[in-house]
Write a protein that binds this ligand. Sequence first.
Ligand code: GDP
Ligand code: IMO
Ligand code: MG
Length: 429
Amino acid sequence: MSNVTVIGTQWGDEGKGKIVDWLASRADIVVRFQGGHNAGHTLVVGDQVYKLSLLPSGLVRGKIGVIGNGVVVDPKALMTEIDRVTAQGLVVTPETLWIAENAPLILPVHGALDRAREAARGEHKIGTTGRGIGPAYEDKVARRAIRICDLAEPETLDWKLDELLLHHNTLLAGLGAETFTKDQLKDFLTEITPRLLPFSCQVWDRLDEARRAGRRILFEGAQAVMLDVDHGTYPYVTSSNTVAAVAASGSGVSPSSVGFVLGIAKAYTTRVGEGPFPTELHDQTGRTLGERGHEFGTVTGRPRRCGWFDAVLIRRAVRVGGVSGIALTKLDVLDGLDEISICVGYELDGQKIETFPSAPGAQARVKPVYETMPGWKETTAGARSWAELPAQAIKYVRRIEELIEAPVTLLSTSPERDDTILMRDPFED
Ligand code: GDP
Ligand code: IMO
Ligand code: MG
């Protein structure tokens, strides 16, 4: 019996939320360990649709949800989300939601700076979610973040706010954006403190106790390996590490607690925001994938860019992320296509290359080399067993396994929770 860590292997939106919700029935605790409310995880359970950004997806199953120290927490966004899911019938109390007291806060200055910088970048903009994620992580590393535990110490808050404002107002003024007063931030913090503090605790201690008691922990990654600040398509990435290794440091547990690493991959590829995307399709097939897959960002509503499955990128995500098995999602979106292509290599400036380059210019010039397979006419939508899949769909899955050098251990065939095929239980590994 082991823990399981779920991570995205492409550019996000692979269906992590659906898979985490499905696996949560086998877990006791679900932990978010990085990212913030830039994430958007959609869960469909019967006629209920849950859209979660900060809350761990396990809460929908009535499991304990944890927001680890590696997450950047926007307290207003968190409270709005708690109110929304409470109205949908979920129970969120300090008993069911534990938030690390050493997690840094996202304040209104962060969103303002994120948006002002994006506007100033012009054609080189990253296409961020504008939610202050980058500036909040910068403040953490620069040792000027306000952390949740600071809310209990007014004297600490006072001098930290001075330092924070000196930095941010200088930048905001330089960018021609509106600056903030200390009173504005104090009012913001005073309003959220009574609601936020009761959830805060020493998460590392409770997780260690849970481990000793033999509880199963499911770590829920946000974003994905290609958006990882080190391993992704830098600078068109998010501001956190998204690989499974961070599940340990982002929640305060031992590296050995990470357990089985389940990489989530869509049966094709999508991306929101700017940056290189070798297999992007600008033709009718790309539009068809977008329409059938309902490919619109959960957070910003932007249409997602769509393209073929890139096996070279996923093989890299498997190796860098230490992926033990893959959950392949949205296979149903490929139903009825005459032909399906898989990227099996690249060409850069007329030369064949085996791995994705690191420099942005080269990443943008890379051309995919495709292998094409016949599609299938039958429907896979809603399939719940391997036996229900058409032979050609099985061939597609088997070919992907060979190319990415990892087994497909779960398959998803619709947004609905139970339209899932289990080949190997990651908790039993
Ligand atoms: P996440 O960010 O990785 O959790 O993914 P999102 O929730 O942002 O995006 C995935 C979208 O695809 C959501 O709308 C899901 O309801 C939907 N989805 C997940 N799995 C499947 C699947 O197997 N088939 C189809 N058609 N939709 C799926
Ligand atoms: P989930 O967890 C898809 C993208 C943004 C932008 C870049 C940087 O739902 O898979 P940021 O606001 O993080 O500074 O934006 O990262 N991005 C995501 N794309 N899914 C996500 O999360 C994302 N979170 C951030 O679109 O390109
Ligand atoms: Mg998403």
